[in-house]
Design a protein around this ligand. Structure first.
Ligand code: A3P
Length: 291
């Protein structure tokens, strides 16, 4: 485990992945200037909203086979991979993932209408998930207190985790509204959990991938929480991680449920959150699912 605390860049609190610790600006600019291939897929997702899960689904769809990738999602993680030139040696079609906000996504990709997969998870559960992640890993310093995580995501403090949930999602919503080419695909974590087959079919259509219904059902099954967790422990080769991910603690595949926030939000906190949410989201059409 590393001892370094969070990285602050462009008003954002970021995890201390080595490339960000060394020079966050450099890595951000490298990402923004990434060379584009027309079949690239970028998964741009707020932390703890289901990135691993959806990345695995996309990888299976690209293979047109319900077969786990041996290489873990982390190695295709733009702000954490040791050297961004690694993406150049990837075979097409490439599926990479990032937590960067919309304004920092690769410029050529945006200009050319490259495909973007976005996941929205209800922010209360994101906060709980993030809390457990931070509690168990030294990333972003050792934060043990739920209220601190809550503050970093929602409160009007100067520096928030990756812009804070509201700004991150509202910026994405606006980008989607302006997206005349249908380049952005959004799925709700909760819909994917409740109805995986239709949601995965919708994703396959978006990616122009023809997969049989049985194959989709197989992908949904193999990517269910329990099976994916087991695959992560047994099939994936985590040795290439270097030190940028702390694997001893099981904080990625933790619970995978909807509504765990009920076990963490006090009544007072919940009331405060609901009021903030109402104000922040008054002009938004995002249909967040808290249940
Ligand atoms: P919890 O901490 O609530 O369990 P990310 O991959 O973006 O870091 O998100 C991690 C969250 O997604 C964790 O939430 C994890 O359990 C959940 N998750 C991972 N795979 C899942 C699956 N197949 N179904 C439902 N949730 C899943």
């Amino acid at each position: 485990p590393r001892e370094s605390g969070p990285v602050i860049f462009d008003g954002m609190v970021l995890p201390p992945f080595p490339p960000l610790v060394q020079d966050a600006k450099k890595r951000f600019e490298e990402i923004r200037n990434m060379e584009y291939r027309k079949d690239d897929i970028i998964l741009a997702i707020y932390p703890k909203s289901g990135t691993h899960w959806v990345w695995e689904i996309v990888s299976m769809l690209l293979k047109q086979k319900a077969e786990y990738s041996k290489i873990p999602k982390e190695l295709f993680f733009l702000e954490a991979m040791p050297d961004l030139s690694m993406v150049e040696s990837m075979e097409s079609p490439r599926a990479v993932n990032t937590h960067l906000p919309y304004r920092w996504l690769p410029k050529q990709h945006i200009e050319n209408g490259g495909k973007i997969v976005h996941v929205v998870r209800n922010p209360k559960d994101v906060c709980v998930s993030l809390y457990h992640h931070m509690k168990n890993s030294k990333e972003i310093g050792e934060i043990k207190d739920f209220k601190t995580v809550y503050g970093m995501m929602f409160l009007n403090q100067k520096e928030k985790l990756t812009d804070g949930w509201f700004k991150y999602e509202k910026d994405f919503e606006e980008a989607e509204k302006n997206d005349t080419r249908g380049a952005i695909f959004t799925v709700h974590y909760e819909s994917l959990k409740k109805n995986p087959i239709p949601e995965i079919s919708r994703l396959a259509n978006f990616l122009n991938i023809n997969v049989k219904t049985e194959e989709i059902a197989d992908i949904a099954d193999k990517c269910s929480f329990k099976k994916l967790k087991l695959a992560d422990e047994t099939i994936k080769d985590h040795s290439g991680h270097g030190d940028f991910v702390d694997r001893d603690k099981q904080f990625v595949y933790r619970k995978g449920e909807i509504g765990d926030w009920r076990n963490h939000f006090t009544v007072a906190m919940n009331e405060q959150f609901d009021a903030i949410y109402k104000e922040e989201m008054k002009d938004s059409d995002i249909q967040t699912q808290f249940e």
